[in-house]
Write a protein that binds this ligand. Sequence first.
Ligand SMILES: Nc1nc2c(ncn2[C@@H]2O[C@@H]3COP(=O)(O)O[C@H]4[C@@H](O)[C@H](n5cnc6c(=O)[nH]c(N)nc65)O[C@@H]4COP(=O)(O)O[C@H]3[C@H]2O)c(=O)[nH]1
Length: 870
Amino acid sequence: MGSAKVKNFDFSRADDDADASARQIDRLKRLYELSLLMSGDPMEVFAYAARMIGELLAVKVVCLSEIQGDQLQFLSVYVQGDIFTNAGSCQLAVTPCATVEAAKDIRVIQNVAAQFPRAAFLRQHNAYSYCGFPALDNAGNVVAVTCLLDDKPRDFTEQDLELLRIIGQRIGMELERKRLGQQKEATLAALRASEQQNRLILDNAGDGIIILNEHGLIESFNRTAREMFGYAADTVLGRPAQFLFAGGEHADGDQAFDRLLKRVQKGGVIGATEILAYYADNSAFPVELSIACLPMAKRQLYTLIVRDITLRKHFEQKLSQTHTVFENTSEGIVITDTDNRIVAVNKALCAMTGYSQAELIGQRPSKWKSGLHDGRFFSELWRSLLQTGQWRGEIWNRHKSGEVIPMLENINVVRDGSGAISSYVAIMTDITGIKKIEERLSHLAHHDPLTGLANRILLEERVSLAMRWAEQQQHKMAVLFIDLDRFKNINDSFGHSVGDQLLKEVAKRLALAVRETDTVSRLGGDEFVVILGELAGPELAHAVAGKLSELLSRAIVADGREFIVTPSIGIAMYPEDASSIEDLFKHADTAMYHAKNQGRNNCQFYSAGLSRTVYENLMLESALRNAEERGELSVHFQPQFDMATGELIGAEALARWLHPELGLVSPAQFIALAEESGQIVKLGEWVVRNTCRQIKQWLSGGLKLDRVSVNVSALQIQRGNFAESVGRILCETGLEAGFLELEVTESFIIEAEQSLVMLDALRQMGVELAIDDFGTSYSSLKYLKRLPIQRLKIDQSFVRDIPNDPNSNAIARAVIAMASSLQLETVAEGIENSQQRDFLMAEGCRSGQGYFFGKPVPAAEFTRLYLAES
Ligand SMILES: Nc1nc2c(ncn2[C@@H]2O[C@@H]3COP(=O)(O)O[C@H]4[C@@H](O)[C@H](n5cnc6c(=O)[nH]c(N)nc65)O[C@@H]4COP(=O)(O)O[C@H]3[C@H]2O)c(=O)[nH]1
C-alpha cells in the first residue's frame, strides 16, 4: 500500500451509550466537515471519509475503492490510523464488493475471508467481518464500494448504516466530481496540445504566415515571417502590414500591397503574386504573396502567405544565363540521359553536325559517328567515363552531309544527390582549323619550304624505313647526294630569285624522275638527296643517277635566261657501304665531293679509298692554313712567247706549295681545297702581291717583260672588294697596272654577269684581263663582246689533241677566228710540241705557253732562264 498519510485527527472512542449523543454530535460535525471539503481535491475527501469511518465506527480497516471496469481501484485505505491513497487494485468479481455492486446497497458479511478466498486484501488484513456500501452516480450505477473490515465479528447499528449511506452518497458525488475534473483536464490538455500543434505548424511552415485582423493590423507573425523580415513578433503585432511590402510605405509599384489587400477585402482572392518585400534594414527582396480572407464567426481575418523567392530568382537568373550560354556558345553541347539518348542539343551542335534539334532529340550521339574509330576506342571512352566521370579526346565525327569533322570532345558524367548517374554532358569543339594548322606545321616540319621536298627530318625517317624494308626484303638501297655545279655562282650573280626558280625546277625534275616510293629531299642550298629503295644492285642506282644527270643538264629557263645546271652525284649503297644513316649520308657526301673533284658533272660511287682522300683533304686543308706563315708557298712563272718571233712576251704566275712532308702539292689539289674552304681569297691576294713585287723587281732591275698573268678564282671576285685589293697591291708595290694580267675562267664570267662591274673596274685601273680555259663553256659571241677582256686562252684540252683530232682542230680554229673577229689576242696553253705550235700559228694564234717552251719555274730560275738573256 502507498505511503501518503492524511492528517490524524484525535477522536476518542467511548463504549458507553451515555456517550451516544456525543458521538452523534461528533458524527454530524465530521459529516459537516466532510461537506466543507466539497470544493477541495476529491482524493482528500476520500481520505477524510475513510479516516472518518474508521475512527467513528472503530473498525480496523476502511477501504474506499472505485470500480473501473472489472477492477476495483483502492483510492483510499485506512488501516488502524494510517491512510494510504491509490493503494493498488484487484479484480472486482473475486471480492465481496461485487455483491455490494450487484445489490446496489450495504452488505454485511461475517467470516468473509473464508467466503472470498481469492480476495487477497481480506487475507492480508485478517478480515473476519465485512461491511460494504456503494456509491452511485447520477445514473444510479455503482461507481465505488467502501468496505469496513475487522478481524472479529462486528455489528452495525442502523445509525452506523445510515452514516455509511450518507457517506456513500458523498463519495458518489465526489467521484462524479473527480471524473468531471479529469474530463475537463483531458479536454483542456487536448486543447492545449492542439493549440501548441497549430503554433508549431505555423512556426515551422516554410512560408511566412501573417494574420491580419479585420482592420489590416498584424495579429500573428510566425517564426518564418520573423526570420524573413527580421522583426521580433512583439514589434510587429498590432501594426498595419503595409510597412513590410512595396506599395505600402515603400515605393509604389504595379503590384502594390495596398491594392492587393483591398481586392481581398472586397471579396477577391490573391494567388501567388510577385512583389517586393522589405527587411528590417530596409533592403528589398522578392517574395511571392498570397492573400486570403479567413471568415471567423464574429470577425474577418486575412491570411498573408509570404514566400521568399530570392533564391528562386537567383536560380532563375542563373538558369537563364546558363541557357543563354548554352544556346550562344560556339562549342557544341549535347546532353544525353542514362540511356544515352539525346535530351538537349544547342545551336552550335546542330550547326556542327548539320542536324536540326528535332532530328536529334531522342536519338543517340552515334547519329554522327564517323565509323573511323574501332570498338576499342569507344569501350575505352566508356571505361574512362564510368571510372573517372570524364573523357576528353579527339574524335572524328560525321556531318550530315557525309563530311568527316575532327572534334575535341569533353564528356562529363552528371550525378544526382544520391550519386547515381543522371545524365552525360558532352562539349564539342570543331578543330578542323587546328588540324589543318597541325598538318601544315607537320608538313613544314618535314618539308623544305622552297621546293616542297622532304627535309632532313623526313628524309631520315624515310631512310630508316627504307633500310628496314631492304633488310626484310633482301634488297639494296642507294643514297644519292646531288650537288649542283657552280650553283653558288648563279645565286650570287643573278640573285636568289633566279636561284630559287632553278632549285624548284631541279626539285620538280628529280621528283618526276624517280618512283613514288623513292624519296627526294633537299637538305638546303643546292644539296639534294635521293633515296632509291628496292634495288637489285648498284648498277640500277648508276642508271638512275645517269638519268637524273641528263634531266638536270637540260637548260632551265629562269627570269628570261637559259641556265645549264649540271649535277655532281655521289652514291652510297646500303648495306654494302654503311650500316647507319649517319655513315650512309657521310659516304654519299664523300662520293659527291669526289665527283666534284673529278671535274664536276659526273657520278661517283663511294669506296673506302674515298674516305681516305677526304681525310687527307681535311689534313691538307688544315695544313694550308699555316702554309703562308711557314713560308711553304711560292710563285712559279711559266713563260709565254710570241711564237712567230720567239720573243718572251710574258709569264703565267702559278702558285706552289711545298709541304715539309708531302713535298710539292699539286695546285689542282690545294687550289680546289682553298676554294672549298674559302682560303682562296687570302691565298689569291698573296699570289697577286708576290707576283706584283716580282714584276716590279724585274722591271726595276731593267729586265724586260710585257706582263705576267695571275689566276683568279670566282670566289675572289665575288667577295666584292677584289678590285680594291688589287688597286691597293699595285699601289703598295708601285707596279704599273698594265704589267698585271688577271685570268678568269670562261664559265665563271658567263654565270656571274654581275662580275662585269668588277671586271670593268679592274680594266679601268689598266689591269689586263684574259679568259682562261676558253672553249670549255657556252659563251656566245654576243656575250663575249660585252666583256672588257684583251685575251683568250685556248684551253690545253683542245691543244693536247692537235693536230690529230679534227674536233680539237676545229675548235681551236673557231676560237682563234672568233677572237680575231673580236679583236682579241689568243694565247694557246699546254703546247708540248712543234706540231701543235705550227698548227696554232698557221691558224693565226701568235702567243703560246707550254712545256714545249718552258715549264713553270721559280722566279730566280725564270730570271736566269728567260730574262737574263733579254
Ligand atoms: N700538261 C701540260 N700542262 C701544262 C703545260 N704548260 C703549262 N701547263 C700547266 O697548265 C696549268 C696552267 O694553268 P691553269 O690552266 O690556269 O690552271 C691552273 C690554275 O687554274 C690553278 N692555279 C695555279 N696557281 C693558281 C693561283 O695562284 N691562283 C688560282 N686561282 N689558281 C691557280 O691551278 C691550275 C693548275 O696549275 P698547274 O698545276 O701549275 O698547271 C699549270 C701548268 O703547269 C703543258 O705543256 N702540258
